[in-house]
Design a protein around this ligand. Structure first.
Ligand SMILES: [Fe+2]
Ligand SMILES: [Fe+2]
Length: 285
């Protein structure tokens, strides 16, 4: 039996966190510069053909529901604005990381992104920036990315986690804490911080299975929303692995301010996103 490790030891000894591709880092830098021009951003995306192509496919997908087909990255930048483009390029990149997992995992990630988008649009995800639905989607898409890191770097332990979670019905993150020494929420938050993602995204990922792990008390509502989104998509059949049981900590509902009268309409809105989910999965793979 392996000794449980702490996250620093794990990172020092085994894990080399994937770096954010330079194109995305460059685009983020440009978008954060108040003097940057739309043309410069369009050009930065166009130099990376793989990202440019995925960006265009995303722009033309049902997710954005644009009436006319967009045929160039420059046009997409003008139509959607810089912040949306930044998220879109980010999504295109994260897809590459997530698709290395099993199919169920990508579906779970995209579905959680959509559930988060629904919650954000209903005002149930406090702590997001002004493009709440976009940022909500991004945080949902990324919330379990720590599992990919474990699967890549400690595959044997990861397999033991799967067995323990599936056979003994131990919540997945608890099995990770037992066997690996840290859970995917801590690992994912570390990756997000390494990628210099906004603090709200890092905090929400850190707290999505235990609100107490969310460093900023102001952002517990966001972590609660993420936990609720995770629950909604799992309960609706898009769990992260076979036999995944939807579990949610009791403090999540009051913290997320989701009231029971709104649940039917939230679920209805979530189920309406299913064709967009299918399309996004197609684009990702
Ligand atoms: Fe998770
Ligand atoms: Fe999840």
């Amino acid at each position: 039996m392996t000794e449980p490790r702490d996250i620093d030891a794990l990172l020092d000894e085994v894990v080399t966190l994937p770096s954010l591709p330079s194109t995305v880092a460059h685009i983020t830098e440009l978008v954060n510069d108040p003097d940057c021009s739309l043309t410069a951003v369009g050009r930065a995306i166009s130099v990376d053909p793989a990202i440019a192509l995925k960006t265009l496919r995303l722009v033309n997908s049902a997710y954005y529901g644009l009436r006319n087909k967009v045929s160039s990255v420059e046009q997409a930048v003008v139509l959607l604005g810089l912040k949306v483009i930044k998220n879109l390029v980010f999504t295109a990149t994260v897809f590459d990381t997530l698709k290395s997992g099993v199919d169920a995992f990508l579906r779970h990630s995209v579905s959680c992104g959509m559930a988060m988008r629904v919650l954000a649009e209903n005002g149930n995800a406090p702590g997001l920036d002004e493009d709440a639905s976009e940022e909500g989607f991004a945080v949902g898409l990324l919330h379990d990315v720590g599992k990919i890191i474990f699967e890549q770097f400690v595959p044997e332990d990861f397999e033991k986690v799967r067995e323990r979670a599936v056979r003994s019905h131990v919540p997945w993150h608890e099995a990770e804490q037992e066997i690996i020494g840290v859970d995917h929420a801590a690992m994912g938050a570390r990756l997000a911080a390494n990628w210099k993602l906004p603090g709200n995204i890092v905090a929400a990922i850190a707290g999505h299975h235990d609100l107490a792990k969310c460093a900023d008390p102001e952002l517990k509502g966001l972590a609660a929303a993420l936990s609720a989104a995770d629950y909604i998509c799992t309960a609706a059949g898009a769990g992260s692995h076979d036999g995944a049981a939807p579990v949610v900590a009791p403090d999540v509902w009051p913290m997320s301010r989701i009231v029971s009268e709104n649940v039917p309409s939230l679920l209805d809105k979530y189920f309406r996103t299913q064709s967009a989910v299918e399309e996004l999965i197609q684009i990702a793979t």
